[in-house]
Design a protein around this ligand. Structure first.
Ligand SMILES: [Ca+2]
Ligand SMILES: [Ca+2]
Length: 115
């Protein structure tokens, strides 16, 4: 089995992987690859953005993305997303706690017991 893959294959894999990680909308794709932030994504800019990601993942700079480099890139994305999700979840938990604490301060014991 091949241990290396071509740029075309990697681009296809990265596009499908990005489709999972990125929002599933045209605007989400544009935001992901819009390097100059003009809310437009011509083919050249998309290719440049993908090439930049490829080059960042090709850690040994041999022009080939091997399995470990590809998995490492994906693992990094997953770790980043998990960290962001955890941070947001903790933030929401604080908000819920304070909302519940505030609502309980307005209840009296007889009110609670009569429910
Ligand atoms: Ca653009
Ligand atoms: Ca490489």
């Amino acid at each position: 089995m091949f241990k290396t893959v071509s740029l075309a294959v990697v681009s296809a894999l990265c596009i499908s992987a990005s489709a999972v990680a990125a929002p599933h909308s045209a605007s989400g794709i544009i935001l992901t690859y819009d390097l100059n932030k003009d809310e437009s994504l011509p083919l050249e800019e998309f290719v440049d953005a993908r090439r930049a990601r490829f080059n960042a993942s090709d850690t040994n700079k041999d022009g080939v993305l091997d399995e470990s480099e590809y998995v490492y890139e994906w693992e990094g994305k997953v770790e980043k997303r998990l960290a962001e999700d955890r941070k947001e979840s903790v933030k929401q938990t604080h908000i819920r706690f304070h909302a519940v604490a505030v609502s309980y301060t307005h209840l009296t014991l007889p009110t609670i017991c009569s429910v």
